[in-house]
Design a protein around this ligand. Structure first.
Ligand code: SF4
Ligand code: SF4
Length: 70
């Protein structure tokens, strides 16, 4: 019997450092802890965890986060 092929979607996450004000909303609301604030800026430290839910983009008031499906 042939096994069902599993498909994965990978997301590329970019935080535009000059736009980020370090508010921490993305850190607090990402369900899989992708972000960490370092030196006043959000950094996507674990992008491989991203589920593509869009929460971080929705809560970022400075539009600093760009998520691209690859
Ligand atoms: S929500 Fe936006 S402005 Fe706030 S820390 Fe995250 S990327 Fe920076
Ligand atoms: S899209 Fe969702 S899972 Fe991915 S980094 Fe943003 S909040 Fe986290």
């Amino acid at each position: 019997m042939a096994r069902a092929k599993k498909e994965y979607t990978v997301y590329l996450i970019k935080v535009e450092g000059e736009k980020c004000n370090g508010c921490g909303q993305c850190v607090d609301l990402c369900p899989v802890d992708v972000f960490e604030v370092k030196e006043g800026r959000s950094v996507p430290l674990d992008p491989q965890n991203c589920l593509g839910c869009g929460t971080c983009v929705a809560v970022c008031t400075t539009e600093a986060i760009i998520i691209t499906e690859i």
